[in-house]
Design a binder for this molecule. Structure first.
Ligand SMILES: [Mn+2]
Length: 431
């Protein structure tokens, strides 16, 4: 037995639409929309450069029915390049491209094999002593374990199981063809080429159970390097396993610590540093698309929250002036004011009290910093308050009225903000 290489990919989702992205202004949509096609080209280039014997694609080549004939033609060209280099192709249909979903399909010339959906099918490559076992999805929803019907390994061969599955315990993914690592191991195969889970994962260190992950990240939940797994087999055993990036657009969530930043220029520097670092870490020739998440207690909090759109534009301009020109998907403000809201407020039963806290605190802070508002309060309330025939008493010293009479607007507005927040987040007002 000699040695050979093969490539394992899954979840290409060719021509996947830009769901939810179009509302983010200033993104290079054309480049992002084209990314799944260019990643497919990179996959083909990789297969040719590494002189792999064959490629296995474990489901979800497409995101659903083709958007038009050009999706099928693009895939045909990619597969055609592989065939011209004598690279055999093994395809499996997953939940996104199940037999019942795809209304049009590619012809299957010699060299392209697709696993049937009625029962598991085995393809043998005699000259390499390789057997591939797999079953495509007939329908979108497969809620049973498909592995019991998979055949026993071919003796003396390197056996590969091909399966589109959520395995179990991947809560981010809907349950499809669930199975356990134990049942996969019990089959006695040498390698499980899985698809469906978009995060790359390698299970166990005996027979390899591998999710290569999505070929190209498509949104901010698919961050980090994306690509395919290059497997080398020597004398019937896996001798090396390498994940090779194929993506052309890389998604990243960047956390920017704003704690104690006092000047907007300091914040701009922090954003530039975070972006530059991410480009160095990730981008190379790729487009980096970043979500900036600002956090920490800063005196800038109120001012940032008052004009989040302006900050986003500034961040985009900063990004445009950095080598590699990363794009900003979104800017999320999770900063807090230096002074925290009163404890009873955060104990309220709101489902997401922090966002409310921050908004109200920002309003109150903005009000306190507004000399015009303070002057108005004094003018409108001052005269009225002085006519009130109320005697000061010791237990009224901290009351709102006492604060007003003393023209201590800060002391007045702070509990007013807290009271407003308590009202807004009270369940009694939910109707
Ligand atoms: Mn899938």
């Amino acid at each position: 037995m000699g040695s050979f290489r093969f490539l394992h990919a899954a979840d290409l989702h060719l021509d996947s639409p830009l769901r939810g992205l179009t509302r983010h202004e200033g993104l290079p949509f054309a480049q992002i929309r084209d990314a799944t096609r260019r990643a497919l080209d990179n996959l083909v280039d990789l297969a040719i450069a590494e002189q792999v014997a064959f490629i296995v694609i474990a489901g979800d080549l497409y995101d659903g029915s083709w958007k038009d004939a050009s999706t099928g033609l693009y895939m045909a060209r990619a597969l055609g390049r592989l065939l011209q280099h004598d690279i055999q192709i093994y395809l499996l249909q997953g939940n996104h491209d199940a037999a019942s979903i795809i209304t049009r399909d590619l012809p299957l010339p010699p060299g392209v094999k697709r696993f049937g959906s009625r029962k598991p099918e085995t393809f043998e490559i005699a000259e390499l002593s390789v057997a591939l076992h797999g079953q495509s999805f007939a329908n979108r929803h497969v809620d049973r374990d498909m592995t019991p019907n998979y055949p026993s390994p071919v003796p003396g061969y390197f056996n590969i199981g091909v399966l589109h599955t959520s395995l179990n315990g991947y809560s981010e993914h809907e349950t499809y063809a669930p199975c356990t690592i134990e049942t996969l191991l019990a089959k006695g195969y040498d390698y499980w080429a899985l698809g469906h889970v978009h995060e790359r994962a390698v299970q166990g260190d005996g027979p390899h159970i591998v999710f290569p992950g999505v070929l190209q990240g498509r949104h901010i939940r698919e961050t980090g390097p994306k690509g395919a797994t290059l497997v080398e087999v020597t004398d019937g055993a896996v001798s090396s396993l390498r994940h090779v990036p194929c993506d052309v657009v890389r998604w990243a969530r960047l956390s920017v610590d704003c704690t104690g930043l006092e000047q907007e220029s300091d914040l701009q520097d922090a954003i530039s540093v975070a972006l530059r670092q991410a480009v160095d870490d990730h981008a190379e020739e790729r487009l980096l698309v970043a979500r900036l998440e600002l956090h920490g207690a800063t005196p800038l909090h109120a001012q940032l929250n008052a004009r989040p759109g302006a900050l986003r534009e500034t961040a985009q301009q900063l990004a445009a002036m950095i080598a590699g020109q990363p794009a900003i998907e979104k800017l999320v403000l999770n900063t807090t004011p230096p002074r925290q809201p009163a404890a009873h407020v955060s104990a309220s039963q709101n489902a997401n009290p922090n966002a409310e806290d921050d908004d109200i605190a920002a309003l109150v802070n903005a009000a306190l910093a507004d000399p015009e508002l303070l002057a108005t309060l004094e003018a409108e309330l001052g005269g009225f308050l002085s006519t009130l025939p109320l005697a000061d008493s010791p237990d009224q010293e901290d009351s709102l009225l006492a604060c007003a009479r003393a023209q201590d607007w800060r002391a007045l507005l702070t509990p007013a903000g807290d009271a407003l927040l308590a009202r807004l987040t009270s369940n009694e007002h939910a109707s």
